[in-house]
Design a protein around this ligand. Structure first.
Ligand code: VGL
Ligand code: ZN
Length: 221
């Protein structure tokens, strides 16, 4: 049987989503301890030999997901866009700004995948935007013959959710590390976790190298 290869995907671990750095769209629970645990766990996984990829929300200043782009709109208003609901966010992760910076040592990363770069389309998923335009993430994983991914980051109910569900659709086996993941809202976060579990994603409390190495025996149970 061919060996199953595993990679790590750290989703949108960026200043604007983090409380300690007073981010424009700070997600609850992204305190100093959380930031440190994400950094240390990523370092540990990299040292254990896993390739590490980071997604990076990377919007133009007049992005369609910003309330400021739409006259008379407030943060968290919902508009209809191509017959879909678009939640409007405070401007965040603008290309080239401090707020868009990754909070992880880039020397740990095998690649950074930018998303949400097209002005007219939002992109919660690291694989594709709302218009179906793909990023390079799937290709990067395929090049390395990765079949399993360990995922954590921000936000459970938005970008983490969309990324892991797309990963499942693309045929990856997915493990989500809950303690290294934070959500915008408790209700949607809980719903997202239930949805992920139903879709066959393994929900793990902590990063556990033993568990990652014996993944085959877990998922075949
Ligand atoms: C995200 C809202 C807007 C996320 C990105 O990373 O989950 N959420 N842009
Ligand atoms: Zn965004």
């Amino acid at each position: 049987m061919p060996e199953e290869k595993t990679a790590v995907i750290v989703v949108d671990f960026q200043r604007d989503f983090i409380q300690v750095t007073e981010g424009a769209l700070a997600v609850p629970g992204t305190d100093q301890g959380f930031v440190q645990r994400v950094q240390e766990s990523t370092q540990m996984l990299k040292r254990a030999g896993l390739p590490v990829f980071a997604t990076q929300d990377w919007h133009p200043p007049d992005h369609v997901s910003f309330f400021t782009t739409h006259k008379g709109k407030k943060p968290f208003d919902v508009i209809f866009l191509r017959e879909r609901q678009q939640l409007l966010w405070p401007p965040h992760c603008v290309q080239g700004t401090e707020g868009a910076a990754l909070m992880i040592d880039e020397r740990l990363l095998d690649a950074i995948v930018r998303k949400g770069t097209a002005v007219d389309f939002d992109s919660y998923s690291g694989f594709q935007d709302e218009g179906g335009h793909r990023t390079e993430l799937h290709g990067l994983l395929q090049e390395r013959e990765i079949s399993r991914i360990v995922v954590y980051g921000i936000a459970t109910d938005y970008c983490v959710r969309a990324t892991v569900l797309d990963a499942v659709d693309l045929g990856y086996q997915v493990m989500l590390v809950k303690s290294l993941t934070r959500g915008v809202d408790p209700k949607t976060t809980l719903a997202a976790l239930e949805e992920m579990e139903q879709r066959g994603i393994i929900l793990s409390n902590e990063v556990d190298l033993q568990e990652i190495r014996s993944w085959g025996s877990i998922s075949k149970r």
